[in-house]
Every structure is written in C-alpha cells, then in structure tokens.
Design a protein around this ligand. Structure first.
Ligand code: HEM
Length: 146
C-alpha cells in the first residue's frame, strides 16, 4: 500500500497515472495502433522491418511493458533503450520528429486530452534523451583538437 504522504510529495511525472481507462489492455492497444502507423511510414517502416523482421509480437509486448512502466510505474520493463537504438545506424535525428508525429496522432485519437498530454510529454522527454545519446557530439572550437 503506497504511503499517501510520500506519494503527495512526488513530482507528477513520477506518480503512476490513476485513470479508469488506462490499464495494460488500453496501453497495449495504443501501442499496437502506434506501431501500425509507424510500419506504414515510408521512412520509418523499413527501419523497423530491418530490425524486427516478421517477429512483431515480442516487440509489441516489450513496448507494452515499457509504456506500462513509464505510465503506471509498475516496473514491467527492465530493458536498455539506449543500446537498442545506438545500433540502428540508419536512424537520423529528424526521424524522431516523424516518430513523435505518429505518437501524438495516436495518443490524441485514443485518449482523453489530459491522458494524451501525459503520454506525449513522456514520449517527448524520452525521445530527447535518446537523441542526445545517439547524436550529441561536442563540436565547435577546441572540441576536436586532433
Ligand atoms: C526515429 C525514432 C525511433 C526509431 C526508428 C526506433 C526504432 C526502434 C527499433 C527498430 C527497435 C527494436 C530494436 C531491436 O529489437 O533490435 C526499438 C526498440 C525500442 N524503442 Fe525505439 N525507435 C525510435 C524512437 C523511440 C522512442 C522515442 C522511444 C521511447 C519513447 C523508443 C522506445 C523503444 C524501446 C523501449 C525499445 C526496446 C529496447 C529494448 O529493451 O530492447 N523508441 N526502437
């Protein structure tokens, strides 16, 4: 049983979402809808097809766990997203805008506005940290003395 005093002091992004609609089944169908859109995109579709081939079910289950962990804070996911993306050499920084565009569309079409806003804000923050891990280089005067 969570201690309400502790919960009250946690910042909103660390609290599990408490909404009657949002459970694992709801998150699972959002994930499936989202990856359906991504797979038919001419730029992102082939990147996913090359990595995942025809075995989508494990990826969809893993992504459902991931989003349950992010939104419901249930510890369902324990993978490492950064290395999984670092090995995707075809991905460009602006591909994240395409990804986020579909994510926004999906969340807005399936969720009440306040719920969509939480999913979108989390996705944007995680996308930002993945982009930093994948593309950040110290460039500029003095950065590359060699
Ligand atoms: C252009 C943007 C992106 C592309 C092309 C992309 C592509 C992929 C691909 C192909 C995989 C499967 C890797 C594999 O199994 O070998 C993967 C895994 C994953 N992606 Fe992305 N991704 C993108 C953005 C994001 C964002 C923004 C998030 C989170 C909000 C995310 C979360 C994950 C997670 C959690 C995994 C599973 C990692 C693991 O534990 O194996 N991805 N992604």
């Amino acid at each position: 049983m969570p201690d309400p005093a502790i919960d009250k002091d946690r910042p909103p992004e660390e609290k599990p979402m408490d909404h009657p609609l949002v459970d694992r089944a709801f998150i699972g169908s959002l994930v499936r809808d989202f990856y359906g859109r991504v797979r038919s995109d001419p730029r992102l579709g082939p990147i996913f097809a090359a990595a995942i081939r025809d075995d989508w079910e494990p990826h969809l289950e893993k992504m459902t766990d991931f989003w349950c962990a992010v939104i419901l804070k249930n510890g369902a996911y324990s993978g490492r997203p950064v290395p999984a993306h670092l090995k995707l050499k075809q991905v460009r920084e602006d591909d994240f805008d395409i990804w986020l565009g579909y994510f926004r569309q999906t969340a807005e079409s399936r969720c009440p506005p306040k719920v969509a806003a939480v999913f979108i804000e989390r996705a944007e923050r995680i996308a930002q940290s993945l982009k930093l891990a994948m593309f950040f280089r110290l460039e500029g005067p003095g950065a590359s003395a060699a």
